[in-house]
Design a binder for this molecule. Structure first.
Ligand code: CAA
Length: 257
């Protein structure tokens, strides 16, 4: 099974599991991953998702090079479309996705991490878009999302040089939000997922959608989206309860309504 889903309470852990190929994304794995994103997106008992790679070496080492080698242009276009559909589905998911980057996140692996809402790296993680060395461009959204996440300067550096960067550099340039020792990664990602899962799932979904919009629309339109989502929050029981709990100096009882 190249993609595992493990549910534990309100958190699901999705593991790309092809360690013999450093979890490289071939078509079968991509289809399983897209299926996993869709399945979890339709499950309102899942309030946060952790995405990681199997084994000690890699998160995901990219698209599968052996599979790509003899592709025609048309096959490459379809392959990119499937990869991009996964990334868009993660961004559109109602729950926050946390990438727990446990090793190489290269090419499609870096792009997968970029599609997640939050990124935590182990100290051994390495990031990069090495496609230039293979005679291709990134194809799963990397050229677009890198610019949005780390800005044009670092995006150009990563895409044009193909150089890998270590976790400490990834932290400095804002590609990840935290770096932890390898053996603490799963627990750290899990505790962050638990924290997010304890919040109002509707407000979480709206926060995710509002921030997402900022990368895609002009300020005026984005503020309009923010206003609408802000207003929607006030139609939820969770907003009334969370504000009452604050004023009464107690923990809120979040119901997801
Ligand atoms: N596709 C297919 N197989 C891969 C792979 C990939 N992306 N990455 C690693 N593997 C395989 C290797 O071929 C090797 O298989 P065998 O044992 O059968 O020989 C196995 O995984 C272990 O890899 P290495 O022996 O190379 O391990 P290493 O520790 O020496 O090097 C590495 C690790 C630096 C990550 C190196 O494997 C590597 O450079 N991998 C390719 C990274 C890459 O270029 N990714 C981008 C792909 S293109 C892409 O993703 C396009 C896009 O935008 C969608």
């Amino acid at each position: 099974m190249a993609v595992q889903i493990r549910r534990d309470g309100a958190v699901a852990v999705v593991t790309v599991d092809r360690p013999e190929a450093l979890n490289a994304l071939d078509t079968a794995t991509k289809e399983l991953l897209l299926g996993a994103v869709r399945e979890l997106s339709g499950d309102d008992t899942v309030r946060a998702v952790v995405l990681t790679g199997a084994g000690d070496k890699a998160f995901v080492a990219g698209a599968d090079i052996a599979e790509m080698k003899d592709m025609t242009s048309e096959q490459a276009r379809q392959s990119a479309a499937l990869g991009q559909a996964i990334m868009s589905a993660i961004e559109a998911a109602p729950q926050p996705w946390i990438a727990a980057v446990n090793g190489y996140a290269l090419g499609g692996g870096c792009e997968l991490a970029l599609a997640c809402d939050l990124r935590i790296a182990a100290e051994n993680a390495k990031f990069g878009q090495p496609e230039i060395g293979l005679g291709i461009t990134p194809g799963f959204g990397g050229t677009q999302r890198l610019v949005r996440v780390v800005g044009m300067g670092w995006a150009r550096h990563l895409v044009l040089t193909g150089h890998h960067v270590r976790a400490d550099v990834a932290l400095r340039i804002g590609l990840v939000q935290a770096v932890v020792p390898r053996d603490e990664l799963a627990a750290k990602a899990r505790s962050l997922a638990d924290e997010l899962a304890s919040r109002s799932p509707l407000a979480m979904r709206y926060c995710k959608a509002a921030v997402q919009a900022a990368g895609n629309v002009d300020l005026e339109t984005g503020q309009g989206i923010e206003r609408d989502l802000f207003a929607l929050c006030f139609a939820t029981e969770d907003q009334k309860e969370a504000m009452a709990a604050f004023l009464e100096k107690r923990a809120p009882e979040i119901k997801g309504r």
